[in-house]
Every structure is written in C-alpha cells, then in structure tokens.
Design a protein around this ligand. Structure first.
Ligand code: SF4
Ligand code: SF4
Length: 108
C-alpha cells in the first residue's frame, strides 16, 4: 500500500512508527482497537498486538504509547524527529501549504 507523502516527504523516508515489546504486551487489545490509522493487527493465537502497517502511523503521534497500561509500546526520539523536520525544511513546505489553503478559502 502506497501512503501519501507527509509534507512532500515520502512516508517511507520517515522513521516513525511504534515498536511493541512482546514481553510486556499482555494482549489487552487497547492499541489495536483504538488506533484510527489501522497501524495494528492482532494475533489472536498468540494474544499479542502486532505492528502490521507501520508507515500508516501518523508522524509524531504517540497516543498508543500513552494509553498502553503495560508500557509495551515505544517510539523513536522526539528530538530526532524534530531534527529530521528541520533538515527537511518542513516549515517551508507547511508555509506553502498554508498559502494554498488560504487562497482556496478566499475563493470558496
Ligand atoms: S495496548 Fe499495550 S499491552 Fe495492550 S495489546 Fe497494545 S501493546 Fe499490548
Ligand atoms: S502513534 Fe497514533 S497513529 Fe501511530 S500507531 Fe499509535 S495511535 Fe496509531
């Protein structure tokens, strides 16, 4: 499945997705049933969540880590992500996106 680019950066070039510690995962199912991006699958045989669509993860989101009561989910460092964003000049792209949206709003 090809996912949309994130602010013009191909999603596959961005290191951001959850990792499950299988030793800590109790198979409670909260992450699987909560993530609106459908990043997770669930192995009913092993009773464990699995990261089946890592690139579908919303860049910068850590909701599932916050709501895992067993602390089984981790992410890359936020500072690393911010450095990557600076290097990729994401704010320049976003400024252009804002200008486009503004024009669209004025034309509506
Ligand atoms: S919320 Fe945590 S413990 Fe529950 S299934 Fe997901 S990773 Fe496993
Ligand atoms: S961080 Fe957000 S988008 Fe990514 S898997 Fe967790 S809940 Fe889903």
């Amino acid at each position: 499945m090809t996912l949309p680019a994130w602010h013009s950066i191909p999603r596959e070039n961005i290191e951001w997705h959850p990792v499950i510690d299988v030793e800590k995962c109790t198979g409670c199912g909260v992450c699987f049933t909560s993530c609106g991006k459908k990043v997770y699958g669930f192995d009913f045989g092993l009773k464990k969540a699995v990261v089946s669509q890592p690139q579908a993860c919303m860049v910068g989101c850590i909701t599932c880590a916050n709501t895992c009561l067993f602390d089984a989910i981790s992410f890359p460092s936020v500072e690393g992500l911010r450095q990557f964003m600076r290097k990729q000049k994401v704010l320049v792209t976003v400024k252009q996106e804002l200008a486009t949206i503004r024009v669209q709003q004025l034309q509506a």
